[in-house]
Design a protein around this ligand. Structure first.
Ligand code: WT7
Length: 673
């Protein structure tokens, strides 16, 4: 993004403001408008008050030790995450529902806190029996099923560090992430249902594990059964249900130091290799507990649905840890938003027969879901499918809506408000990152007057600012770069195995200030407007994808000499990857033959999709003779974006003359340095 990019129009100057209703405000978990000032006056005391609401087996001595850029919170204290999410809830809420789950074919399960705690204690024993010790890494490559939460919580119970890899990622991605953190164990399933088809997790795991020397076992959950057609590798692979059958239900939780690592989650980096974001125990739990309570206004009476997959940080913080630490009931769904409940038996219905673009609304009606937290890409997709679909269902159980993942454009915000919230639900547009662990900028739904497309104010205790390239605060109303001025409990502690890179990526641009990599503007009322990434990370359907990662994949193809990838604006996904590639001499491509160019483009799209997962598949691959570069050798991404978005050449899919981009270069080089 350049800071004068058109991604934010002048919405922030329009005076469209939505105040919470009196009825909502009067029941809200936080009603005190002075909370911002109080948190600012004594931020350490404020965070300690939050941490005090958790259960600690040993109290801390020091709230914060800040040795920039390394923070330690609640030092000397000990606690266990699974105790806070489970054991602590049992006396009051043992029989309350912890998880309400629905599979894509329509099969359902309800799991109480008592039952979840039982499963977690047993699975903790399973992990121990497989030789997993405190501090060991465990990779999870799982579908959206309750067992994913069981496995995560069991890791926390024994003090193992989980690394969840999104089930849509490829074998290469799984392999790279498993090797990087040296996991001993992978927990997966035979597969899961998506759009009526089986996603073959176990097959993909087999492919990955072949090259992962540290992995000694693979635990396989049976989600599909026969139809998955998997084979078990004798001695290495074990069935989840076999191990659980004999496991004891008794497992005293391991007391963990507040700063002990809790999990690693990989996120794309601009240099290509994914970054292993490391979160620690006490601070992280404090952050997700606090934000869930106030931002989602969560109560025992709610049925709360965050649609994120556990493979993303949103799934960690707001499907599992934040809600369960609050004793809340979480709804979980396995599949796709456009696939209907199967009537021909589980998994028997073929793709073409079972499209149901009202599935989400149908489930909200049937389960009486009260809080919905989803992504702008989903909202835009639903807008495209038409307002008749949500209108055909009773959504009156909803009382609060949330958005996360990328800037939500005002049209989508207003549509969400009108067609899903029916004007009755506050909308919390929540800005945060894998690195921040918990929500950083968001309305407090009982207090804040919202503005479409603004995430409004930093959460109490979070000190955010907008600065220029030199790190100096810019005046309100001016675009700049977002920074966080003070450490916060749920911040990442480092990058796994690479503290230098941690310092360089987040703390070297402005020494002493955390640099999230987003552009922002603060208006005269103190509302923050997020403007997208300032670097070369794309946001595809809410997922952070690095242009470099796709470029690296492309050049592995024998035909490709060089590649440049940019994110093209996309009305549903936010951004879609588009690749410009130079073909190797001697590859024998006839550049005057449109058909052979098209065939090679298609092949390269497939190549990337297979290598990195479908989400990274370029929407277009444009073959070119040259790439426009600055004199210092940096690819002129802005020019490529102009081409890809049709500002220079119109529809690029018809771009069959590889010389065109090259000729543009000369024309535009002069105004880039
Ligand atoms: C990047 C972080 C946070 C979980 C999902 C993504 C963008 C996220 C918003 C929002 C504007 C947003 C930012 C951020 N982003 N939420 N409400 N408004 N932008 O986690 O993959 O770590 O990506 O997502 O650019 O830096 P992530």
């Amino acid at each position: 993004m350049s800071l004068d990019s058109p991604s934010l129009g002048e919405e922030w100057q329009q005076d469209k403001s939505f105040a919470p209703s009196l009825a909502f405000s009067q029941q809200a978990n936080i009603q005190d408008v002075d909370i911002y000032a109080k948190a600012e006056a004594d931020s350490e005391g404020y965070w300690a008050d939050w941490a005090n609401q958790l259960e600690w087996s040993k109290p801390w001595d020091t709230i914060l030790k800040w040795n920039p850029p390394h923070a330690k919170w609640f030092l000397g204290g000990q606690l266990n995450v699974s105790v806070n999410c489970l054991d602590r809830q049992l006396a009051q809420r043992g029989d309350n529902r912890a998880i309400v789950w629905e599979g894509e074919p329509g099969d359902q399960r309800t799991i109480t806190f008592n039952e979840l705690a039982h499963e977690v204690r047993k699975f903790s024993n399973v992990l121990k029996s497989l030789g997993i010790q405190k501090g060991d890494r465990v990779t999870l490559y799982m579908p959206m099923v309750p067992e994913a939460a069981v496995a995560m919580l069991a890791c926390t119970r024994i003090g193992a560090v989980h690394s969840v890899v999104f089930g849509g990622f490829s074998a290469d991605s799984l392999k790279e992430r498993t090797i990087d953190c040296g996991s001993k164990l992978i927990i997966t399933a035979d597969g899961f249902w998506r759009r009526g088809k089986i996603v073959p997790l176990k097959h993909t795991t087999d492919e990955a594990v072949a090259d992962c020397p540290t992995v000694t076992n693979v635990v396989v959950l049976k989600r599909i059964g026969e139809a998955a057609g998997i084979s078990m590798n004798e001695g290495r692979d074990l069935w989840w249900h076999d191990l659980m059958e004999t496991a004891s239900d008794d497992f005293p939780a391991e007391p963990m130091d507040s700063e002990d690592p809790l999990f690693i989650l990989y996120t794309s980096g601009s240099t290509g290799k994914p970054k292993g974001i490391l979160h620690s125990t006490g601070g992280y739990l404090t952050g997700v507990y606090a934000t869930t309570k106030w931002i989602f206004d969560i109560k025992d009476s709610d049925l709360y649905w965050c649609t994120a997959d556990i493979g993303w940080v949103t799934g960690h913080s707001y499907v599992v840890y934040g809600p369960l630490a609050n004793g809340a009931t979480v709804f979980m769904y396995e599949g796709s938003p456009d696939w209907g409940v199967s009537d021909g038996g589980i998994g028997k219905v073929s793709h073409a027969q079972n499209t149901d673009r009202a599935r989400f609304w149908e489930m909200i009606e049937r389960h009486k879901i009260t809080i919905l937290y989803t992504a702008p890409t989903l909202i835009r997709t639903c807008m495209k499918w038409g307002a008749e679909l949500p209108a055909s269902r009773d959504l009156s159980s909803l009382r609060l809506l949330g958005s996360v993942g990328e800037p939500i454009n005002p049209e989508a915000w207003l549509w969400y408000n009108e067609h899903i919230g029916k004007g009755n639900c506050p909308i919390v547009d929540t800005w945060w990152q894998t690195e921040t662990g918990a929500i950083m900028i968001s309305p407090l739904p009982g207090i804040t007057s919202t503005r479409p497309a603004s995430a409004t104010r930093p959460f109490p205790g979070i000190v955010a600012d907008v600065v220029d390239e030199k790190g100096v605060s810019v005046p309100d109303g001016k675009k700049g770069i977002l920074v966080i001025r003070k450490p916060w409990p749920s911040m990442l502690r480092t990058l796994w195995g690479n503290d230098e890179r941690y310092k360089q990526v987040y703390w070297s641009k402005f020494p002493g200030l955390y640099f999230p990599g987003d552009g922002a503007l603060r208006d005269k009322d103190g509302n923050f407007w997020l403007l997208g990434r300032v670097d070369d990370i794309m946001l595809v359907a809410g997922h952070n994808i690095s242009t470099m990662e796709i470029e690296s994949a492309l050049v592995e193809h024998p035909a490709v000499a060089e590649a440049a990838v940019i994110g093209r604006e996309h009305d549903v996904k936010g951004q879609a990857p588009v690749a410009f590639v130079i073909i190797r001499e001697g590859h024998g491509l006839d550049s005057s033959n449109k058909e052979s160019i098209a065939a090679l483009s298609a092949e390269l799209k497939e190549f990337v999709g297979k290598k990195l997962g479908p989400i990274c598949r370029p929407e277009d691959v444009i073959i070119t003779a040259d790439l426009p570069k600055t004199r210092s050798g940096k690819i002129m991404r802005r020019l490529l974006r102009d081409i890809a978005e049709g500002r220079l050449l119109g529809d690029t899919t018809t771009l069959a003359d590889p010389a065109i981009v090259a000729s543009l270069k000369d024309k535009y080089t002069s105004d880039e340095s």
